[in-house]
Design a protein around this ligand. Structure first.
Ligand code: SF4
Length: 717
């Protein structure tokens, strides 16, 4: 392996910060600044800076593990481990049918892996039972975006547009902890005279940067957005011309908003009428404005409607599909965007095609060389799939996910996983879920393999291999190739990521997320390409390029010469609906699934801390990050702590209808007195997801992570 720096991207969140990697004598890499990537311009958070620590042999898995007769995981050869998985999955399929085999993926998988995993499930196993942990990330925003705009791409504009906008409302996002390098876009917004409004029940480090911070009761963002739209209408701030020209469905949405009087909204949310009026004034005053949502409004049993209400606010004020204006979702996981586009989601085929669309099935089946009728239909969503383990789903293949920590109602999910006939896990470390498996396969990591991801901007990026993986590990693509062969499918599962990407291009061609004009060469040369990027024919006279359905141009030189530039900004001319108009969706306030009562009088909301990532499987193994964030805690307002009789650091039990978690009290005036907060990165007695409510959004099937009823108890130690 060469000793020069390799430009690539961070393994963690959807910002996908650029970084350079230089091999070190101990077999890992050194991270250095990569200033040419415009999103982070060299800046990295502690997670990205310390990511090489997980490459060390003493941290990661380097041998397959199989469970012996005594129930202990012991090292095994790759052949033995793969044979056992093929036998385990094959046995279930033979005895109970293909849908008795489940597949669970992850938003950290590259596009090539997510694509191959979806194809493996449908072509090799023939199962409809596949979904992934990205369902827990952005599915409500995706569903609302498709309803309103006809298309889901996290941000419809580059992050670099944010500082030039007039006002940004950030709803339920703590970027200062989740994506610290992105904070500079908001700092620059303020330096340019723009306004930042943050909506969060906690006064987070992000909220501290805001010109205006609103702290609604958890689970009431829908009412808040409706109250703002009510005021927009009442104060005559609707952009009537825009609404008439570029939207449909306004009258029903208008009527729904008019039922949400500011005083009524104040009672629901706790946000005062003057604060509501000030928000409307700040949002409507400048020529351009944006609303960005994250997990706060999305991880609710009404997440789709909640995001829809914020989109309605943008549409009514003419703040969508115009320069420096729009609605966007700040996707969380590293490849949360790409992971939902290429087929590991229960209802999707590559290119963001729908599995229940006959034309989509025919197109993808042709690329895969199978009969369209052989493709199974849509399956269950992530929580529903996990809930069915051990009942009608008897065996599971799981990649890059740790639901024992990250799923809602986690103790129940853990019990379901334990009840499986057979579990195989592919991971880089022995996560809490991998520790329950019958077979664990150690796989390569970001610095050791090439592949593409798609950032929260919809920018397709090339991660490059910088070092040779240690002996004993193989890539997920090699795993799927070997398993397919053992299950009787010898062809169609290449191990070379670029070969997979070439097939993905064909499969996505003509779909909503069209990658057909993107090549590895372009990604390397252009620092990423925004989708949709269709393959194009020769440019026509007026500069517009004509779409080619198929096949792709074979000649790379011709491709480069006539390449589509990609689409950094969506919807400027038309939305992706049949008539080009955005759709208002009429929505009304409704309560969360589990309101506080006498027995459970307090609200619990969950989230993240800066030094840990998701279930913590990787970051909890990094000494520097563990020193900064060693364990869970319960954030409690001083008044609530006084009522409870708890002092700073005292162990506090948080009890919900689903279980009990214990963690030290962290007493702060930065949270509402009716609410406690727990980060969800840890297993064991402080596992926040023991408590969370799996009530699902009817459209997105997103669980209600962000609000459930709990009671607090002191704990004798
Ligand atoms: Fe990595 Fe996200 Fe941190 Fe950037 S912000 S270094 S992508 S974890």
């Amino acid at each position: 392996m060469q000793n020069t720096a390799t430009p690539t991207h961070c393994p963690y969140c959807a910002l996908q910060c650029g970084m350079n990697l230089t091999p070190t004598p101990d077999g890992t890499v050194e991270v250095s600044e990569r200033a040419d990537f415009p999103v982070n311009r060299g800046a990295l958070c502690g997670k990205g800076r310390t990511a090489p620590a997980v490459l060390a042999r003493n941290v990661r898995l380097t041998s397959p593990l199989v469970r012996d007769e005594g129930g202990t995981l012991v090292p095994a050869s790759w052949d033995e481990a793969l044979d056992r998985i093929a036998a385990g999955l094959g046995r279930t399929r033979a005895a109970h049918g293909p849908d008795a085999v489940g597949v669970f993926g992850g938003g950290g998988l590259t596009n090539e892996k997510a694509y191959t995993l979806g194809k493996f499930a449908r072509v090799v196993l023939g199962t409809s039972q596949i979904d992934y942990n990205g369902r827990f990330c952005m599915s409500s925003a995706a569903a609302a975006g498709i309803k309103a705009f006809g298309l889901d791409r996290g941000l419809p504009f580059p992050l670099e547009d944010i500082p030039k906008s007039g006002c940004v409302i950030l709803v339920g996002s703590n970027l200062a902890e989740t994506m610290p390098p992105s904070l500079r876009f908001f700092t620059e917004l303020k330096e340019n005279g723009g306004t930042l409004i943050v909506i969060d029940p906690r006064r987070t480090r992000t909220a501290e940067q805001a010109d205006l911070h609103l702290a609604p009761r958890p689970g009431t963002d829908l009412a808040l957005a409706l109250g703002l739209l009510h005021l927009v209408i009442a104060e005559g701030r609707v952009d009537e011309e825009y609404v008439a020209e570029r939207t449909a469905g306004w009258e029903d949405a208008r009527a729904a908003a008019m039922a949400h009087w500011p005083e009524y909204v104040e009672r629901i949310t706790g946000v005062s009428v003057p604060e509501l009026r000030e928000t409307v004034r700040l949002f409507c005053a400048p020529e351009s404005a944006m609303v960005l949502t994250a997990r706060g409004p999305e991880q609710q049993s009404k997440g789709t409607d909640t995001v829809g209400a914020w989109i309605n606010l943008c549409l009514a004020t003419g703040r969508a599909g115009r320069p420096l204006s729009g609605y966007g979702c700040l996707t969380g996981q590293g490849n949360g965007q790409g992971g939902r586009e290429h087929g590991q989601k229960a209802d999707q085929l590559p290119g963001y095609r729908k599995l229940d669309d006959p034309a989509a099935r025919a197109h993808v089946a042709e690329v895969w060389g199978v009969d369209p009728d052989s493709l199974p239909g849509p399956g269950r969503s992530a929580y529903e799939l996990l809930d069915a383990l051990g009942t009608d789903i008897r065996s599971l293949l799981l990649m890059a996910s740790n639901p024992v920590v990250s799923a809602p109602r986690a103790a129940h999910v853990e019990e379901r996983i334990r009840s499986l006939d057979f579990l195989a896990v592919c991971d880089v470390v022995l996560s809490e879920t991998a520790a329950l498996a019958d077979v664990v396969l150690p796989v390569t990591q970001w610095a050791e393999e090439t592949g593409t991801t798609t950032s929260l901007e919809g920018r397709v990026l090339l991660r490059r291999r910088a070092i040779t993986p240690p002996d004993g590990v193989r890539s997920d693509l090699e795993v799927l190739h070997e398993l397919a062969a053992r299950l009787g499918v010898e062809k169609g599962f290449p191990t070379d990521p670029e070969e997979v990407f070439e097939e993905l291009r064909r499969a996505s061609a003509g779909g909503p997320a069209d990658y057909s004009g993107i090549t590895y060469r372009r990604l390397a040369e252009e620092n990423g390409v925004f989708w949709p990027c269709p393959a194009v024919a020769e440019p026509v006279e007026d500069g517009e390029d004509a779409l080619l359905d198929a096949p792709l141009p074979d000649d790379p030189a011709r491709q480069a010469a006539s390449g589509h530039p990609g689409t950094p900004r969506l919807f400027l001319d038309r939305f992706a609906t049949p008539d080009g108009r955005a759709r208002f969706v009429p929505v009304s306030h409704r309560a969360i699934a589990e309101e506080p009562d006498d027995e459970y009088p307090v609200l619990l909301t969950t989230g993240r801390v800066v030094a840990q990532y998701q279930s913590g499987a990787q970051t909890r193994r990094v000494a520097e990050l563990n020193a900064a964030a060693p364990g869970p805690f319960v954030e409690i307002h001083p008044r609530l702590a006084a009522r409870l009789g708890a002092a700073e650091g005292d162990p506090v039990a948080v009890v919900s209808r689903r279980g009990r978690a214990v963690a030290p009290a962290r007493i702060t005036g930065a949270i509402r007195p009716d609410t406690v907060f727990m980060p969800f990165h840890w297993p064991g007695e402080g596992r926040a997801n023991t408590l969370t409510n799996p009530a699902l959004d009817p459209t997105s099937r997103m669980p209600e992570f962000k609000a459930c009823a709990v009671r607090l108890e002191t704990v004798e130690r």
